[in-house]
Design a protein around this ligand. Structure first.
Ligand code: PHE
Length: 449
C-alpha cells in the first residue's frame, strides 16, 4: 500500500493554538475553578503552580521531545526510539485511553450543543430553578436526544480531523482558540460588574493553607495531567508534526501559562455570578447545566451571556476532542496505512457506539451500570485515574532512563540552539522528581495508598 504524505503544522502560532486547544477543555472551565475554591483558594493556586512547574512542564516537554525526535505518532515513536523493546505498548494504552475519554467527553460536548440551541432561543428566560433542573434531567432521560446531539458533535470533530493537520486541525484551532479567549474575557469583564464579584473572588482566591491535605495534593496533580492532556500520546502526536526548529521550553511554557490562565479566568467569569444570585458553587455537569442556566434565566443580559458561555464550552470541548481523534487516526494511518478518511470514519463510528452506550447508561434505571457505576462514569474514572497516570508514569521513565541522552539533548535544545543550561535541570526532574511524584499519584488512584 502506498505511504501517505505526513501532515505538518505550518506556523509556530498554529502549533501553539493546536496544543492550547487540546489542553484547554472542560477541565479548565468546570473543574479547576471549583477545585481551587474548595481547597484553599490562593493556597491551592500556589500548590498547583508548583506542580505544574515540577511535573506538568517536564512531562509536556518529554512528550514533545519524543514526537519531535521521531516525527511519528505514539506507537511508532516508541518503536523507533526503543527498537525491539515493548515500550510501544505505551502507545496502545494511549489509544484505549483516547477512546475512553472520547466516550464520555463527546456526550458532554453534545449537551453543550443542546444548551447552545436552547440559549439561542432564549429558552432559559422565565424558567424557575426547579423547571431548569427538571428540564436537564428529562433531556438526559429521553436517551435519543443526547444521542442525536452527540452524534452531531462527533461528526463535526471528525470532519475537522479528516481535513488534515494543516487544513483541518491547525486552521480551525487558529480561528477557534482566539475566539475562546475573546469570549472568556468578555464574560469575565461582565462578571466584574456584578454585585457578587467580591464574594466570588473571595471563594476563588482567599488563601487557606489549612485546606491543603494529602488529598488536595493528589487532586491537584490529577488535574495537572488532565488539563495538559498528558500521558496519552496526544502531545507526542502533535509534536510529531512540528518541523521547524523552535525553542521548546519557551513555546510549551507559553502554552502552560495560557492553560493555567484560562482556568483561573474561568473562575473569575463564573463564581461572581453564582454568588450574585445566591446560589451554591459546584462543579461539573451540575454547575454548567443547572446552576449557570439558572443564572442566565435571571441575569439582565442572560440571553447574550448564556449564548457566549455555551459557545465557550463547545469550542473548548471540540478542540480537545480533535486532538484525541488525531492521536488515534495518526496511529491507524501510520501503522496500518489506512487512509485518513477511512481511519476517521472508523474512529467516528466506534466513538459514536461508545457514546451511545455511555449516554444511555445515564438514564434512570438503565441496566448499563456495573458495580454501582454507570458506563459514563466508568469511562471518566478509568481514563483520568488509571490510563492517563499510567501513561504519564511510563513516559517519564522512558524519557529519563531509556531515551538516549544525546539524542534527547539534541531535540530538547534544537541542536544546541536553545536552553542548553536548562537541559540538565530538565533531565534531573524527569529522572528523579517526576517518576516519584507520578508513582505516588498512580498508587493512590488505584487505591494502594
Ligand atoms: N485537557 C483537556 C481538558 O482540560 C482534556 C483532555 C485530556 C484532552 C486528554 C485531550 C487529552 O479538558
Amino acid at each position: 500500500m502506498k505511504q501517505q504524505k505526513r501532515g505538518a503544522f505550518t506556523s509556530s502560532f498554529g502549533v501553539m493554538m493546536a496544543v492550547a486547544g487540546s489542553a484547554v477543555g472542560l477541565g479548565n472551565i468546570w473543574r479547576f475553578p471549583f477545585l481551587a475554591g474548595q481547597n484553599g483558594g490562593a493556597a491551592f493556586l500556589i500548590l498547583y503552580l508548583c506542580l505544574i512547574l515540577l511535573v506538568g512542564l517536564p512531562l509536556i516537554l518529554s512528550e514533545f521531545s519524543i514526537g519531535k525526535a521521531t516525527h511519528r505518532a505514539a506507537v511508532g515513536a516508541f518503536k523507533e526510539l526503543a527498537p525491539r523493546k515493548k515500550w510501544y505498548w505505551i502507545g496502545y494504552v494511549a489509544i484505549v485511553a483516547g477512546f475512553s475519554i472520547l466516550g464520555f467527553y463527546s456526550v458532554i460536548a453534545g449537551w453543550t450543543i443542546k444548551f447552545l440551541v436552547e440559549a439561542l432561543q432564549n429558552g432559559f428566560a422565565g424558567q424557575s430553578s426547579l423547571e431548569i433542573t427538571d428540564s436537564f434531567n428529562s433531556f438526559v432521560n429521553t436517551g435519543w436526544q443526547p444521542i442525536l446531539y452527540t452524534g452531531f458533535f462527533i461528526a463535526c470533530a471528525s470532519w475537522i480531523v479528516m481535513k488534515g493537520v494543516e487544513k483541518g486541525i491547525e486552521k480551525y484551532n487558529k480561528i477557534l482558540m482566539p475566539m475562546l479567549i475573546g469570549i472568556l474575557l468578555l464574560l469575565s469583564i461582565n462578571s466584574m460588574t456584578l454585585s457578587g464579584f467580591g464574594a466570588g473572588m473571595d471563594f476563588l482566591f482567599n488563601p487557606d493553607f489549612s485546606k491543603i491535605t494529602t488529598q488536595t495534593v493528589l487532586d491537584a496533580m490529577g488535574q495537572v495531567f488532565f488539563t495538559l492532556s498528558l500521558g496519552m500520546g496526544v502531545m507526542i502526536t502533535y509534536s510529531s508534526y512540528v518541523i521547524k526548529e523552535e525553542n521548546m521550553l519557551r513555546s510549551k511554557g507559553i502554552v502552560t501559562i495560557i492553560d493555567t490562565s484560562i482556568a483561573i479566568i474561568s473562575g473569575i467569569a463564573i463564581f461572581p455570578a453564582v454568588f450574585t444570585y445566591g446560589l451554591e458553587p459546584s462543579q461539573g455537569p451540575a454547575l454548567v447545566f443547572i446552576t449557570l442556566p439558572n443564572i442566565f434565566a435571571q441575569m439582565p443580559a442572560g440571553f447574550v451571556v448564556g449564548i457566549l458561555f455555551f459557545m465557550l464550552l463547545f469550542i473548548a470541548s471540540i478542540t480537545s476532542v480533535v486532538s484525541i481523534m488525531e492521536m488515534i487516526a495518526a496511529f491507524f494511518i501510520e501503522e496500518y496505512h489506512i487512509s485518513r478518511r477511512k481511519s476517521l470514519t472508523y474512529i467516528a463510528l466506534a466513538v459514536f457506539v461508545t457514546s451511545v452506550l455511555s449516554a444511555l447508561s445515564q438514564m434512570e434505571g438503565s441496566p448499563l451500570v456495573f458495580f454501582g457505576t454507570n458506563i459514563f462514569d466508568w469511562l471518566d474514572k478509568l481514563s483520568s485515574n488509571f490510563f492517563m497516570t499510567f501513561g504519564a508514569f511510563a513516559t517519564v521513565i522512558f524519557t529519563g532512563w531509556i531515551f538516549q541522552k544525546e539524542r534527547l539533548r539534541k531535540v530538547f535544545t534544537s541542536n544546541g540552539r536553545y536552553s542548553n543550561l536548562i537541559f540538565p535541570v530538565f533531565l534531573f526532574m524527569i529522572r528523579f522528581i517526576c517518576p516519584v511524584a507520578v508513582a505516588i499519584i498512580f498508587l493512590s488512584q488505584i487505591g494502594f495508598i
